[in-house]
Design a protein around this ligand. Structure first.
Ligand code: ARG
Ligand code: ZN
Length: 882
C-alpha cells in the first residue's frame, strides 16, 4: 500500500518497446481466500525490436516462493528483487520461466489484483493489478495467450471462472475440484480475470450474424437472482447493435458477466468475463430507478463494445487510454441514443461533460486526452480521458460523415486486429480510409483546456449578407501556457423571425446549400463566414447538437434566448438556450443578492416556462429537462469567485417563485403523467413521463403547500417502482419534521437487505439541505448499513455530500473540509484509489472566496504532509497545491 518516498513521474516520451515478449502463459491458482498459491509458466523470447536489456518483471505485494529457468531453480544470486520488480539478467533468446508466488486475497482492501468480496473472490487487473498476482511484464503491449487452471474447495467455491472457453474440468479426492480455461485471443494481462464463488447463474444465448451460438451467463449473489433480466436484455441489444453498426461480431463460445459488491469503478471488460460493480448490473423495477436501468444498459454496452475497441485492438501504453475509453464511450453513447431518445441522450451527455469535464479542464488536474505524463495511472481514469475523449471521436465522425467514419473504423479494426496501438494509429486509419489530413485536428489529443469560441455577427440589410466572425482561444493549463488553434466543427443554422430556417450559402459558393444545418470548420484563431441571400436579420444558432466540446460566448439578451428556447430546430440547442436563460437570469439575481437588493424574477422566465409546460406536443422527457435548473456547481463554475451562499439562495428563490407562479400548470401535468395503476415498464415513453411528473412534484413541494407533502407521501406509498419512491423520499428529506423521519425509517426498514437501495438511502440523506446533514452523516458512518471498506458506501455517503451538496460541504466554519480530510486520510490506508477520488471534491478550491480558499489549502497541506501517502493521493494533492 505504501508508495516509495517520492513517487516517480512516468513520461510518454520515455516509451520503449518491451525487451521480452510472452508467447503464452499457463497460470495455476491453488485458490483460497486467505492464501492463494499462483504458479505461472511463461514461455518468453527476446523481442528482436527491443532495446535488449535485462528482463524486467513487475510484482508488488507478492510472496515469492520459487523461480525456475528452463526447469532449473534459480538461486537468490541469479536475480534481483525489489518491492516492485524482479530483474533477470543474461537470459537466452527463448526460455521458460516458472514462478511461484503466494498472495492473500482476504487482506487485499485496495481491490486491485485478487481480492475477497462477500461470497466470491475476484480480480481487477486494469491498469496495473496483475502485478499483485504474479511477476509479469505488466504492460499492455505484451500480449499473450492465456491458459488458466483453478483448483479450489468444491463446496466453498463451486463456480470457477476465467477468460475464454472452458476446456476441461475435474475433481480431486480431497473435496477439491478444478477447471481449465483457455483464451485463444492474445491479450495483455490487464484483461485477465478470475472469479470463484458460490453464485447464482442466469443463462441465455445469442446467435451471431454469421450464425454462431454464444452462451450468455450472468453470475450474481443468490439473493439477487431476480435482478438479472435487464442486463441480459441489454447484453443482447449490445451484441446486435455492434454487428449492425460497426460490423463487429463476438468471438468466443461464452460471454460472462459477474456482479461484485466491492468494486473501485463501474465495470471491467476482461475478455469474455466482464466483472461489474453490482450497482451497474442488478436491476428490478422495485429496487432500481429509471436512471439505474438506463445506466446499466449503457455500461453493459460499454463493456461489451470493448471486446473490439480495447480487447481485439488494445492500447500500446497507458498514455493511450482514451484510444479505447474515448472511442468506447462514444460507441456506448450512440448505442443509447439509438435505443432510446437521441435528443435526451445528447442533452444528458453534454450536461455531464460541461459540469464535470469542463471543471477538470479548468482546474489543477487539467490534462490532454492523451496525457504526456502521470505518476499514478489510476488517477487518469478521468472525465477527460472518457468523456472528452468521446467528444473528440464524435467530432471526427462529424468531419468525415457517418459512412466515412464506418470506413475508417473498418480499416482500423482490420489493420490493427491483435495489436497494441496508439491514438495516432486510430486517427491514421480514419485519414487513410477517407483520404483526408487530420494533422491539425490531432491537437485535441495533445492540448488540454476547454477552447472558448467568441461569436459576433452583423447583418447587412441592403446586400442581404450575414457576416459571422468566430474567434477561438484556449486558456493556459498546467505545463501548457501557449495553445495552437484547434480544428473545431461548428454546426450552425440561421432562423428568421418566425423560426423558419434561412439559406446557408456562403459568398464564394455557386449553389445554395441544401440543408438547414451546416458544419463550419473553424481552424484559425479568427475566421469570418459570409452568408448571402439572407432575406431578413436572422437569429444565429451555433454549435447545434453541441458539435464540439467548447464554451461558446455570444451576446444574447433574454428575449433572444427565449426565442431560441421556443423556436430553435435543434432540440439540444432549444434546451441549451433555456439553460443559458436560467443562468443569465440567476447570475444577475446573484448580483442583486450580493448587493442586498430585493430579488425579482424577470417575467420572461416564467412566461417561457409556462409555454414549455403548455406545449402539448413536446416529449415529456425533454420538457422535464427544460424545466430542470442548472446545478449549484455549474452556476459556481460560471462565476469569477463562486459565492456558495448566494448561489444556493438564488437558485432556491427561482425554483420557489416559479413553483408558486406556475402551480396550476405543474399540478395539471403531474396528474396527467401520474399513472399509479399502470405497471412499471422500462421504455422511453414511460421513463419520460415519470421524469416529468417527478420534476413537477419537485416544484409543487417547493410551494410549501402541506397538501403537496401528502401527495408526495401518497406517491411513495402507491409506487410499484423505485423511481417514484425515491423521487418522493428525496423531496421529503428537505422538509424537517416527523414525516421526514418516519419516511426515512420506513424506507430503511423495507429495504435494509438490499445494498443498492441502502446506498440510495445514504445518498438521499447526504444530499439533504437541512443544516444538521453533516452530523447525521457522521452518525450514518456508524450505522450497520455503512462500511468504509465498501467503495459504493463511501461514494454514496461521503462522495455525494462533498461533491453534490456544495452549500453544506463549503460551510463557512470549515466543517465540511475537515470532515473530508479525515476521511481521505483514513481511506488512504484502506483503498488509495477511493481515497484519491474523494480528493476530487477539492478540485475547484481556488475558485472560492479567500477565507474558504485558505481553509481548503490548509486541508490539502495537512494531507500532503502525511507520511506514507499512496502515490494516488500524493499525485493529486501535490498537483492541487502546485
Ligand atoms: N476499463 C474499465 C472501463 O470500462 C475501467 C476499469 C478501470 N479500473 C481501475 N481500477 N482502474 O471503463
Ligand atoms: Zn471502458
Amino acid at each position: 500500500m505504501n508508495a516509495p518516498a517520492s513517487p516517480k513521474t512516468i513520461r510518454l516520451a520515455d516509451y520503449t518497446v518491451p525487451s521480452y515478449l510472452v508467447d503464452n502463459v499457463d497460470l495455476h491458482f491453488d485458490l483460497d481466500a486467505s492464501t492463494t498459491r499462483v504458479t505461472s509458466i511463461l514461455n518468453m523470447r527476446r523481442n528482436p525490436k527491443g532495446p535488449g536489456e535485462d528482463c524486467v518483471l513487475n510484482g508488488e505485494h507478492l510472496e515469492l516462493i520459487s523461480i525456475k529457468l528452463d526447469g532449473r531453480t534459480l538461486t537468490a544470486a541469479e536475480f534481483q528483487r525489489s518491492n516492485t520488480q524482479l530483474v533477470l539478467p543474461q537470459l537466452p533468446e527463448k526460455f521458460q520461466l516458472e514462478i511461484v508466488t503466494e498472495i492473500y486475497p482476504d487482506q487485499n482492501m485496495a481491490l486491485e489484483g485478487l481480492y475477497h468480496s462477500g461470497a466470491l473472490v475476484c480480480t481487477q487487473c486494469e491498469a496495473e493489478g496483475f502485478r499483485r498476482i504474479t511477476y509479469y511484464p505488466d504492460r499492455p503491449d505484451v500480449m499473450a495467450v492465456f491458459t488458466v487452471t483453478i483448483t479450489a474447495d468444491k463446496q466453498k467455491w463451486p463456480i470457477l471462472l476465467s477468460n475464454g472457453n472452458l476446456q476441461e474440468q475435474g475433481e480431486s479426492e480431497d473435496g477439491r475440484h478444478w477447471v481449465r480455461w483457455h483464451d485463444p485471443h492474445p491479450k495483455p494481462c490487464y484483461l485477465f480475470a478470475l472469479v470463484a464463488g458460490d453464485l447464482y447463474m442466469q443463462q441465455d444465448s445469442f446467435t451471431t450474424l454469421s450464425g454462431r451460438d454464444v452462451t450468455l451467463q450472468i453470475y450474481v449473489d443468490k439473493e439477487n437472482h431476480d435482478k438479472c433480466d435487464h442486463a441480459l436484455v441489454s447484453l443482447k441489444q449490445s451484441m446486435r447493435w455492434d454487428e449492425e453498426t460497426y460490423g463487429r461480431e463476438y468471438d468466443l463460445d461464452v460471454f460472462m458477466i459477474v456482479a461484485v459488491n466491492d468494486f473501485n469503478m463501474g465495470a471491467m471488460e476482461n475478455k469474455g468475463l466482464n466483472i461489474f460493480n453490482a450497482a451497474c448490473v442488478l436491476a428490478s423495477p422495485k429496487t432500481a430507478t429509471d436512471n439505474d436501468f438506463y445506466t446499466i444498459q449503457s455500461i453493459v454496452g460499454h463493456e461489451y463494445f470493448h471486446n473490439w475497441s480495447g480487447n481485439r485492438v488494445t492500447c500500446r501504453d497507458w498514455f493511450q487510454l482514451s484510444l479505447k475509453e474515448g472511442f468506447t464511450v462514444m460507441r456506448d453513447q450512440s448505442f443509447s441514443a439509438d435505443l432510446n431518445s437521441a435528443a435526451v441522450q445528447r442533452i444528458d451527455d453534454v450536461d455531464q461533460l460541461r459540469s464535470l469535464q469542463f471543471a477538470e479542464d479548468a482546474g489543477p488536474m487539467a490534462h490532454p486526452v492523451r496525457p504526456d505524463s502521470y505518476i499514478e495511472i489510476s488517477n487518469f481514469y478521468t472525465v477527460t480521458i472518457y468523456e472528452k475523449g468521446a467528444e473528440v471521436v464524435r467530432m471526427i465522425k462529424t468531419l468525415v460523415g457517418k459512412k466515412g467514419f464506418r470506413k475508417g473504423t473498418d480499416l482500423y479494426f482490420d489493420r490493427h486486429d491483435g495489436q497494441a496501438v496508439t491514438t495516432d494509429d486510430f486517427v491514421k486509419a480514419i485519414e487513410d480510409a477517407n483520404r483526408i489530413d487530420l494533422t491539425q485536428f490531432k491537437r485535441w489529443y495533445t492540448q488540454a483546456g476547454t477552447p472558448v469560441i467568441t461569436a459576433t455577427h452583423q447583418y447587412d440589410a441592403t446586400k442581404k449578407i450575414l457576416t459571422l466572425t468566430l474567434q477561438q482561444s484556449c486558456p493556459a493549463t498546467p505545463g501548457q501556457t501557449e495553445k495552437q488553434p484547434f480544428l473545431i466543427p461548428v454546426a450552425m443554422g440561421l432562423l428568421d423571425a418566425a423560426g423558419n430556417s434561412l439559406p446557408l450559402q456562403l459568398i464564394d459558393e455557386a449553389e445554395p446549400y441544401d440543408n438547414d444545418t451546416r458544419v463550419l470548420e473553424l481552424s484559425e484563431a479568427e475566421q469570418t463566414f459570409r452568408f448571402i441571400g439572407v432575406d431578413q436579420k436572422p437569429v444565429v444558432s451555433l454549435l447545434r447538437g453541441f458539435s464540439a466540446p467548447v464554451k461558446l460566448q455570444i451576446e444574447r439578451d433574454n428575449e433572444e434566448l427565449a426565442f431560441l428556447m421556443a423556436n430553435e430546430k435543434d432540440s439540444f440547442n432549444r434546451w441549451d438556450a433555456g439553460q443559458s436563460l436560467f443562468i443569465q437570469v440567476m447570475l444577475s439575481l446573484i448580483n442583486d443578492y450580493q448587493q442586498d437588493k430585493t430579488l425579482q424574477l424577470p417575467e420572461i422566465l416564467s412566461k417561457q416556462c409556462a409555454a414549455v409546460l403548455e406545449d402539448k406536443t413536446a416529449d415529456p422527457a425533454l420538457v422535464a429537462r427544460m424545466l430542470t435548473l442548472p446545478s449549484e456547481n455549474y452556476l459556481a463554475a460560471q462565476m469569477k469567485v463562486a459565492d456558495v451562499d448566494a448561489i444556493h439562495h438564488v437558485r432556491k428563490f427561482v425554483k420557489d417563485t416559479l413553483a408558486i407562479q406556475l402551480k396550476a400548470q405543474f399540478d395539471t401535468l403531474y396528474q396527467q403523467h401520474n399513472l399509479p395503476n399502470v405497471p412499471y415498464q422500462f421504455n422511453s415513453e414511460h421513463m419520460g413521463r415519470r421524469s416529468l411528473k417527478n420534476v413537477c412534484l419537485g416544484y409543487l413541494m417547493a410551494t410549501g403547500d402541506p397538501m403537496q407533502t401528502q401527495r408526495c407521501l401518497k406517491q411513495m406509498k402507491q409506487a410499484d417502482n423505485m423511481t417514484d419512491t425515491l423521487s418522493g423520499l428525496r423531496l421529503m428529506v428537505d422538509q424537517p419534521g416527523t414525516e421526514r423521519e418516519h419516511a426515512l425509517r420506513a424506507f430503511y426498514e423495507q429495504w435494509q437487505h438490499d445494498r443498492q437501495v441502502v446506498d440510495k438511502w445514504l445518498t438521499v440523506q447526504a444530499l439533504s439541505s437541512l443544516p444538521d446533514t453533516l452530523i447525521r452523516i457522521k452518525g450514518l458512518m456508524k450505522h450497520p448499513a455503512f462500511s468504509i471498506k465498501n467503495p459504493n458506501n463511501v461514494r454514496a455517503l461521503i462522495g455525494q455530500f462533498c461533491r453534490n451538496n456544495p452549500a453544506l460541504f463549503h460551510a463557512k466554519d470549515g466543517s465540511g473540509y475537515r470532515f473530508l480530510t479525515e476521511q481521505i486520510l483514513l481511506l488512504d490506508k484502506i483503498n488509495p484509489q477511493v481515497a484519491s477520488r474523494q480528493l476530487g471534491a477539492f478540485n475547484s478550491w481556488r475558485r472560492y472566496d479567500v477565507k474558504r480558499q485558505e481553509m481548503m489549502r490548509d486541508a490539502l497541506q495537512n494531507i500532503a504532509q502525511q507520511q506514507d501517502l499512496s502515490s494516488d493521493v500524493y499525485e493529486i494533492v501535490n498537483k492541487y497545491l502546485a
